[in-house]
Design a protein around this ligand. Structure first.
Ligand code: HEM
Ligand SMILES: *[C@@H]1O[C@H](CO)[C@@H](O)[C@H](O)[C@H]1NC(C)=O
Ligand SMILES: *[C@@H]1O[C@H](CO)[C@@H](O)[C@H](O)[C@H]1NC(C)=O
Length: 499
């Protein structure tokens, strides 16, 4: 897929990019253009963004501008400079970028104030319903839905007293459980049953769409992508208002958004549905791989897994109590907040697997202040980019950065927050959820649902990796877009625990 992406990127910028090359002006960062007109360095960047940036950092220093597919992107590589970029709200805009890319990818009309007065603000406001008080009911609902899916799909078939091992693929397992439980929590259930019919097909279509996601984000026209348009239409149609209105126990967040869309006569039913579909992507697209990596690292380190399991038993006051699989567990938000080792494990796996790019677009020509004495000139329309993966993998900040350490974020029984670069304490040292004004509004819910998923797993099951497999590695072809997927799936065994 990557070569296709690059070819298309190249073609597209050839067609669209009547941009003339430019030369570096005084005060601007080093400029790297590559020798292919228009395409610039897109080929190398697309192949392996992390290595590309590390090599350029060695050659050109902490700040440099690269021409990528017709766009000039200035990378700020030193994490000590992040705070200054992140707080630059006025001159560096995020929504100019997301406002174009998201509608193109998910198939709804751009949310401009001309077509839909006030909608952008209302949408942003709806994100509050993923946090605060609403988070409590979301979290409760998620627990119920996770238990429902686990009980019906994985806790039922008890074979023999000891319970037999069952062997499955880990990514597939995480995907089937989390996709459905998250779906039920967000959108609710059908009027007359507890689960939606055809969830398996929906999930398969979603995976097909998701495979094309990087190409759509790169603005490749959807008609060039085979069946993708038809698949997207099928996915969108799932959320048409007349279907959704018959569902019950829909989250407040989604209900608010539906009500909001009703206020706009200019919005067609398919547009409303496409907005709901975009939220489906936002709520599972990163969460599923994040669950995979957290589960994978714990299952590959049985001692770490046992520490976390004991912590959960402690918090639930279950240690020593005979825990039976007939019993449903509930984990309140307060209990989830106390699970320090579990949280460290999740944050550590996010550090290892996330590769999101934080993007801002310069609104005018100006001098971007980096710290007390230093600033660089940027031009209107230029993209300023942070690439936190470089920080996550910096051995000066994180000793043995490739290794999963359960207690990476724990010190003296509390959360560890001091990490250093050049002897200075970092304000930002882990950024899987973006930064500043564009930070993921679902981050608290995401961490809670991953905690719930892992807690259920560890309480009910013995878990083992199957022998003879190579270590799971990240597939970098989606670098820049969030949590990376594993190159290949991993086999594991599980059986009901007999405590
Ligand atoms: C581990 C799981 C997750 C990760 C790593 C993640 C990461 C991100 C990132 C990096 C962004 C873009 C921020 C930027 O560009 O600066 C984002 C945006 C967003 N996320 Fe998440 N996310 C996760 C889970 C969720 C969940 C569970 C929800 C909802 C239930 C959600 C809802 C959203 C929404 C609505 C946006 C767009 C915000 C906007 O337009 O301003 N995310 N997420
Ligand atoms: C549905 O919502 C009601 C009230 O909001 C709640 O009492 C009930 O437990 C929920 N049912 C399910 C299956 O989540
Ligand atoms: C884990 O990450 C979340 C979100 O970034 C943060 O709020 C929490 O304090 C972190 N916990 C630990 C133990 O690192």
């Amino acid at each position: 897929m990557a070569p296709l992406l690059l070819l298309l990127l190249g073609l597209l910028s050839l067609i669209l990019g009547l941009l003339r090359g430019r030369n570096r002006r005084d005060g601007e960062p080093p400029l790297i253009k590559g020798w292919i007109p228009f395409v610039g360095k897109a080929l190398e960047f697309g192949r392996d963004a992390h290595t590309f940036l590390e090599e350029h950092k060695k050659k050109f220093g902490d700040i440099f501008t690269v021409k990528i597919a017709g766009k000039y992107m200035t990378f700020i590589m030193d994490p000590l400079l992040y705070p200054n970029i992140i707080k630059h709200g006025r001159q560096l805009d995020f929504h100019e970028f997301s406002g174009k890319v998201a509608p193109f990818t998910f198939g709804y009309p751009p949310v401009t104030s001309r077509n839909f007065p006030g909608l952008q603000e209302q949408i942003s406001r709806s994100f509050q319903l993923l946090q605060g008080d609403s988070l409590t009911s979301l979290t409760e609902s998620m627990m119920g839905n996770l238990m429902l899916v686990f009980r019906q799909d994985h806790l039922g078939e008890r074979t023999g007293e000891e319970g037999d091992w069952k062997s499955v693929s880990m990514y597939e397992f995480c995907n089937s459980v989390m996709f459905e439980a998250t779906f039920l929590t967000m959108y609710g259930r059908p009027a007359s049953s507890s689960r939606h019919h055809g969830m398996g097909v929906l999930r398969e279509d979603f995976v097909k769409f998701d495979n094309m996601f990087p190409l759509l984000i790169a603005q490749i026209p959807i008609w060039l992508l085979g069946q993708t348009k038809a698949i997207r239409k099928k996915l969108i149609d799932y959320f048409l208002p007349h279907k959704m209105s018959s569902w019950s126990n829909t989250s407040q967040f989604i209900r608010r958004r539906s009500e909001l869309f009703e206020q706009y006569d200019t919005m067609r039913d398919v547009d409303k549905a496409a907005h709901h579909f975009a939220i489906l992507w936002a709520s599972v697209g990163n969460t599923v791989p994040a669950c995979f990596w957290a589960m994978y690292y714990l299952v590959s380190q049985p001692e770490a897994l046992e520490v976390v399991r004991q912590e959960i038993l402690d918090i639930l006051n279950l240690r020593g109590v005979k825990f039976s699989s007939d019993r449903d567990v509930t984990l309140s938000k307060e209990q989830l907040d106390k699970l320090l080792y579990l949280e460290s494990a999740i944050n550590e796996s996010l550090r290892l697997s996330s590769a999101s790019m934080n993007i801002r677009v310069a609104q005018e020509d100006f001098g971007l202040r980096l710290n007390g004495e230093r600033s660089v000139a940027v031009r209107k329309g230029d993209i300023i980019a942070l690439y936190p993966q470089s920080m996550h993998m910096d051995p000066e900040i994180y000793e043995e950065p490739q290794t999963f350490r359960l207690d990476r974020y724990i010190q003296d029984g509390r959360e560890k927050t001091d990490f250093y670069k050049d002897g200075q304490k970092l304000k930002y040292y882990r950024m899987p959820f973006g930064s500043g004004s564009s930070m993921c509004p679902g981050r608290y819910f995401a961490i809670n649902e991953i905690k719930q998923f892992l807690s259920i797993l560890l309480l009910y099951f013995d878990l083992q990796l199957e022998e003879g497999q190579t270590r799971a590695t990240v597939d970098s072809s989606r670098a820049g877009l969030g949590i990376l997927l594993p190159t290949t799936d991993v086999r594991f065994r599980y059986r009901l625990r007999t405590v």
